[in-house]
Write a protein that binds this ligand. Structure first.
Ligand code: B12
Ligand code: SF4
Ligand code: SF4
Length: 392
């Protein structure tokens, strides 16, 4: 197989909308931590990571004969802070899997044209494939793995999505930022540990290692069931994803406004209030979130998350406005009768938080009598659990 001209290829892929285009040799990378991470259970219930571990550790099992991994970065910094706490920034776009994919399809055509490759000589992935995108990005010098676990670009900071193409052709490799230290966590962090200290749920058992069982991003996006009760109060007003350990990172001072060539902004969603989220009907949910990453949680997941956020924002020490308190309580008391036990259970938790012990018990008495799901009954039994004076 012929080699591919590196700079011509980089230029063509950049023109397709990829902000960073770099190349690493597709040698098997060994096991720089994935197996330990899985063995410790840090993947929570994401068992697909276990099932694909062998593939993730050896690109030859994914595409036999692969010689190069092309690592692609898409910068999603909007230029100024948008939205707020409820939604992770990446989610305020049409689903990036869908909008980056046409760029990958076009990249495949470029490989065929420049390298005379066939369609089976390459495989591309964005997020969902059996490829450790952060590891390859570090190997190709896209950036370094911060103590927050994220791949940090010295050009764009933390706000970069990744994609990868395995290809059966040689491309001269780009060097990692520091030779022989590509995978080292915190390579350019120095003594800083802001991300570790800022994590609301203490989800870092060690620098660079995220325990998904404690991570708000995992629970609000991937977890389909009950969120552990002891973690909920730390979620604050977050409804989908969490940017905390990314946002505090000083490397973001280098962030540049993205071209958005392979993204479609939905910053309008950032203006949605919690009350509106609690009131979502299936029709309104479809209308608002069609084509976004937030479809992943389904309506029940989003309502569950909104209940947790409401329980925090209008609960003890919360910042919710007194003007909206009655309306929020009314919606929560409607949701304690929702068809999904997961929504009902978290609505009960939120009612305890918002109304406190006495008013909560009175308001919940009727629905409690009719509840038969054991997990939801457990939420009734748990009561407010701690100081529950309604705020403000
Ligand atoms: C599972 C997953 C999650 C889980 C677990 C996160 C985690 N830290 O592992 C949860 C749901 C919690 C999550 C959350 C988020 N995620 Co996520 N997630 C993934 C996914 C699908 C797999 C990651 C994984 O395998 N984790 C296990 C750990 C052990 O692996 P790792 O992070 O890759 O790190 C190892 C390797 O890099 C390896 N390594 C080191 N050197 C080398 C060298 C080579 C050559 C190789 C191959 C490997 C290697 O060693 C590291 C330590 O073991 C990737 C997509 C993908 N296919 O890679 C996206 C991905 C990592 N997520 C992403 C994003 C944006 C997020 C969030 C910011 C979303 C949000 N705002 O809520 C948060 C950030 C949380 C955090 N601090 O990490 C982006 C990150 C982009 C970037 N710049 O780093 C990715 C790459 C998706 C994408 N295509 O853009 N995520
Ligand atoms: S995404 Fe949020 S909860 Fe998860 S590790 Fe980062 S700061 Fe902690
Ligand atoms: S916040 Fe500090 S420690 Fe964390 S990734 Fe950024 S530079 Fe590294």
């Amino acid at each position: 197989m012929n080699g591919l001209p590196r700079e011509a290829l980089r230029g063509r892929l950049h023109a397709l909308g990829f902000d960073v285009v770099r190349f690493a040799p597709a040698a098997a990378p060994g096991d720089p931590g994935l197996r330990d991470w899985l063995a410790a259970g840090h993947h929570a219930d994401m068992d697909w990571l276990v099932r694909t571990a062998d593939l993730r550790l050896d690109p030859q099992l994914v595409l036999p004969g692969a010689q190069t991994v092309i690592v692609l970065g898409v910068n999603y910094w909007p230029g100024a802070a948008i939205g707020g706490e409820p939604f992770a920034r990446y989610a305020l776009h049409s689903d990036y899997h869908d909008t980056i994919k046409p760029g990958l399809v076009a990249a495949g055509r470029v490989l065929e044209e420049l390298g005379g490759l066939g369609a089976t000589d390459y495989r591309y992935y964005v997020d969902a494939g059996p490829v450790q995108e952060r590891g390859w990005a570090a190997a190709a010098g896209v950036g370094f793995r911060g103590k927050n676990g994220n791949l940090i670009s010295r050009e764009f900071g933390n706000w970069m999505l990744l994609a990868a193409i395995l290809v059966r052709a040689e491309v001269p490799a780009d060097p990692p930022l520091v030779a022989r230290e590509a995978g080292r966590t915190g390579l350019h962090c120095g003594k800083c540990r802001r991300c570790l200290d800022a994590c609301p749920t203490a989800a870092f058992p060690a620098p660079g290692v995220v325990d998904a069982r404690r991570c708000i991003s995992y629970h609000t996006i991937e977890n389909r069931g009950f969120v552990p009760r002891e973690l909920r109060a730390a979620f604050g007003g977050r409804v989908f994803g969490c940017d905390e350990c990314l946002a505090v990172c000083p490397w973001n001072r280098f962030a540049q406004a993205g071209r958005s060539a392979l993204l479609a902004r939905r910053h309008d969603l950032g203006a949605l209030g919690l009350l509106e989220l609690l009131r979502l009907t299936p029709e309104r949910y479809r209308e608002l979130f069609k084509g976004t990453a937030m479809k992943r949680t389904k309506l029940a997941g989003l309502l569950r998350n909104a209940c947790i956020a409401a329980g925090n924002v209008w609960g003890p020490g919360g910042t919710g406005s007194a003007r909206e308190r009655a309306a929020v309580s009314a919606e929560l008391l409607r949701l304690v009768r929702h068809e999904s036990p997961v929504v009902r259970g978290h609505a009960v938790w939120a009612v305890w938080r918002v109304l406190g012990a006495a008013a909560g018990a009175a308001a919940l008495a009727a629905s409690r009598a009719g509840e038969s799901d054991l997990a939801v009954i457990d939420e009734y039994e748990a009561g407010p659990g701690g100081p529950a004076e309604p705020a403000g």
